[in-house]
Design a binder for this molecule. Structure first.
Ligand code: UD1
Ligand code: UDP
Length: 377
């Protein structure tokens, strides 16, 4: 018997997480991995480019859902995903991260009955096993759509793979049985370590006129920072003052691009290098060579920790505390004085930090081996 695992990806940060998992499953004949792309992200620069950069095989199934409100997008993914489960009859559905595609596919799977039962944990089972990779992260901020997605996905998952030991404690407190939870490390870092040499060949610094010049790197896309015009204006005004000290590269997420247009705020092209979102290899090169990264991204907090590059997080909380406790991350919030303070600290006395446990390039292999044990037994 082989085990058919339907792996779900939909938005930019999912592609870096799914890539090493697909590679690990493909190297083990016991597994039959299939890839489904929900189409939550669909622009070439938020989707196709990662398939090329990370050598991800073409998806077996594409739902092409596109954008919408949370309810409309989540519902549309669910509506289109159910018939796929009927056709594919997978033993397991694997979701990563905390985007709308994650909870939508997990929720449909939780109520889906397969045509034939299969052996699972000393018994038989009629529903596909739900596997959540990057389980247990908590910001304790229910205003974040991702926090809702994380908690709900974890509550209905059968196998939960954790990247940070704090996640084990969060899941225990929420009543998740401990035999479902496995600490495996960080699959996003598997991708970083395997792509690092290729990324260093990127010509992005030359293309952006930055060869031989220091730069900082900015990303912003959290609704709490960009959807409210006054919050966005205040953050950009502060960053603009920092750009006098260090040119800032800003690959602009489409959510943010839309908000900037209505803001009437111009970023001086002498101090800022504004681009569309860039591919993974170019972004990794920009990150690895930056003096400092200023961001509200979740994944970027982790990647800068591994690269040893100072990171100033423009949020009031983080679901990734290990990047502050052990890594290079400073949680600055969004108040101008705190951002300036954190920037100065990052520029003058950067913390070297250390790489958290199991962020070693082997997380996906651990996931595969644990699943092999669970399905074989
Ligand atoms: C989503 C995730 C967020 C993740 C981010 C990664 C949820 C709730 N949010 O946020 O956790 O950090 O992706 O980048 O799942 N758009 C385009 N082209 C695209 C996709 C989106 O122009 O290919 C525009 C649309 O106007 C859309 C907006 O961006 O309405 C937001 O996209 P959406 O996927 O809803 O949320 P993100 O902000 O990207
Ligand atoms: N990233 C990228 N190009 C960019 C910005 C980010 O390749 O222009 C990568 C980044 O290295 C990380 C991932 O996108 O691997 C993070 O995604 P994002 O910030 O969109 O989502 P989050 O992690 O906040 O959910």
């Amino acid at each position: 018997m082989s085990v058919k695992i339907l792996c779900i990806a939909g938005a930019r940060p999912n592609f870096m997480k799914i890539a090493p998992l697909l590679r690990a499953f493909s190297s083990e004949p016991f597994f039959e991995p299939r890839l489904l792309h929900t189409g939550q992200h669909y622009d070439d620069k938020l989707s196709r480019i990662f398939f090329e950069d990370l050598r991800i095989p073409r998806p077996d199934v594409e739902l092409e859902v596109g954008s919408g409100s949370h309810a409309a997008q989540t519902a549309e993914i669910m509506r289109r995903f159910e018939p796929v489960l009927r056709d594919e009859q997978p033993h397991a559905v694997l979701v990563v991260g905390d985007v709308n595609s994650t909870i939508a596919c997990a929720l449909v799977t939780a109520k889906f009955q397969l045509e034939s039962p299969f052996a699972w944990k000393q018994g038989t089972r009629r529903r596909p096993v739900i596997i959540h990779v990057e389980a247990g992260l908590r910001s304790f901020d229910d205003d974040m759509p991702e926090e809702v997605n994380r908690k709900l996905t974890d509550a209905i998952s059968d196998v939960l793979f954790v990247s940070d030991p704090a996640g084990i404690a969060h899941l225990r407190r929420e009543g998740v049985p401990s035999d479902r939870v496995f600490f495996v490390g960080n699959v996003m870092i598997d991708t970083l370590l395997s792509a690092r040499d290729r990324a260093m060949q990127s010509q992005v610094l030359v293309e952006l006129g930055l060869a031989g010049r220091a730069h900082g790197l900015v990303t912003l896309h959290r609704p709490s920072n960009v959807d409210d015009p006054s919050a966005l204006r205040e953050i950009l005004t502060t960053l603009d003052s920092l750009a006098c000290e260090l040119p800032l590269v800003f690959p602009i997420h489409p959510r943010t691009r839309g908000r900037l247009q209505g803001l009437g705020f111009t970023l001086d092209p002498h101090r800022w290098i504004l681009t569309d979102p860039v591919g993974y290899l170019d972004f990794l090169k920009l990150m690895a060579t930056a003096r400092v990264v200023l961001t509200d991204s979740g994944g970027v907090q982790e990647e800068t920790t591994v690269l040893g590059v100072p990171c100033v997080t423009l949020r009031e909380n983080t679901e990734r505390p290990v990047t502050m406790e052990e890594g290079t991350n400073i949680l600055a919030g969004t108040q101008p004085s705190r951002i300036r303070e954190a920037f100065t600290q990052a520029m003058t006395a950067p913390r070297t930090g250390r790489v958290p446990q199991y962020w070693d390039g082997q997380a996906a292999v651990r996931v595969r081996d644990i699943l092999l044990g669970l399905f074989r037994s």
